[in-house]
Structure formats: structure tokens, C-alpha cells
Design a protein around this ligand. Sequence first.
Ligand code: 13P
Length: 261
Amino acid sequence: MKKKPLIAGNWKMYKTASEAVALVQTIKAATHTISDVTIVVCPPFTALGKVSELLADCRIELGAQNMYSAPEGAFTGEISPTMLKDVGCRYVILGHSERRQYFREDDILIHEKVKTALKYSLVPIVCVGETLAERESRTHFDVVKTQFDESLGRLEKDDIAKVVIAYEPVWAIGTGKTATPDQAEQMHSYIRRLISERYGQEIGTKIPLLYGGSVKPDNTRSLMEKPNIDGALVGGASLKAESFAQIIQEAQAAREAGVKS
Ligand code: 13P
């Protein structure tokens, strides 16, 4: 039985608070009839408060794009899980490749962040994925296995069961080059196998696996039809209400068509 799809918009470092308000209002209007898809928006920190107020009367969930691994303390410039909870977040993206690449985040830090997020009842959306060079040298499965082992593989069973994993091949992010549905499915089924081997089949089957990397309205359906793709983490196309809503509608249509039954 396929899961209810989860479509999350990662707004990255786009949108001031007032621009975010305008965007979320149009997303709300464009998606209010959708009930079969879990929708998450992840605006920048400075817009979370205002967006949260607007989401109070609808099903759209709020997520953050990062957080620090300590609950509070002298960590200038960082944001804690309690601050995110306080402002209404349910999700937090962790270990995005842009965090790994530009801010030197490694799997050890990401593991700490995941543990803290879970402790404070946030749902971590943990990103894994290989670079182009790693795919070309055919080490992509090993790379993703190491990322999984180090950032997630030491969690207790009860904890891993609450995590969402996003496979985002770095070469497909913001490039317009999507992994083909077969390439994505191949990695997703591999990740599911890693989870099952470590934690058992039940948990392996249960964890939602999102695909991210140039997801657009016209490629959503073919990705979502794959048995191990449970949703999408959308960057650029989540910054326009129209394309984000279309992606959500495609996900719902795929489910309704029975592909996701
Ligand atoms: P794009 O959809 O812009 O390729 O970004 C993907 C991404 O990084 C989502 O986290």
C-alpha cells in the first residue's frame, strides 16, 4: 500500500517576510481542495512567524531549512529546535547538499542535528545524494550508503521510524537535469534496502523517501509513479504558487489513478 505523498517546498534563501506572505496566500488558495497530499512549505527563518500565522486555518505544514544541534546556548547566529517548535514548525530539513557544500556540514554534525530534532518532536527531512563526479565514477551507491550510515544508521529503531529521507542528487539540483524516474527509483529502492537491513522490513517500508532535484510539474507524475518514491522536495518550482500547486495536483492525480493504491 503506497503512502500519502509528501510534497515539500524548500524556498532556500528566497523571499522576504512580506513576499513569503504573498506566496503562501496564493499557495493556500491554489491547494485548498487537495486532501490526499501532505504539503509542507519551508520558508527562510525570518518569514516563519508570519507564514505560520497564515497556515493556522489550513492543512499546509510548516518546516525550517536548518537548525542547530543544541536546544539553546551561546551559539551566535544559530536557531534552536525549541525556537522552531515555538513558531509552529513541524518539519526541519537537515543535511541539505548546500549545507554540506557551502557550510562544511558533515555527517557527524547532521547526525547530532537529527537526534536533537527528534528529541524536540520535529520531523527531520534528511538529505542524501551524490555529486556528478561521484556518479560518473560509479561510487554513488557507496556515497549514499556512507551518508545513511553516518547520519542515520546509529539511531534507535523508534527514532528512525519518525524520519523522512530525501534523495537529492547534487547534479540535479537547480540544473534542470532531473534524475530519470528509473535512476531515482534505483537509488530509492537501494535506500529502502539499507533501512530494512539495518532496522527491519516494517520500518524500511514505512519511511517516506522523497526525491529532489529539478522537480517540475511535467516530470512529477512519472517520478511519483515509481513504487519507492513517496514524494518530492522541490526547490525552484516551489517559489511560484502555480507550479508548486501543479506539482501537488500531479502527486494527487498519481495517487487517485490507483498507481498509489
Ligand atoms: P531544485 O528543485 O531547484 O532543483 O532544488 C532542489 C532542492 O535542492 C530541494 O531541496
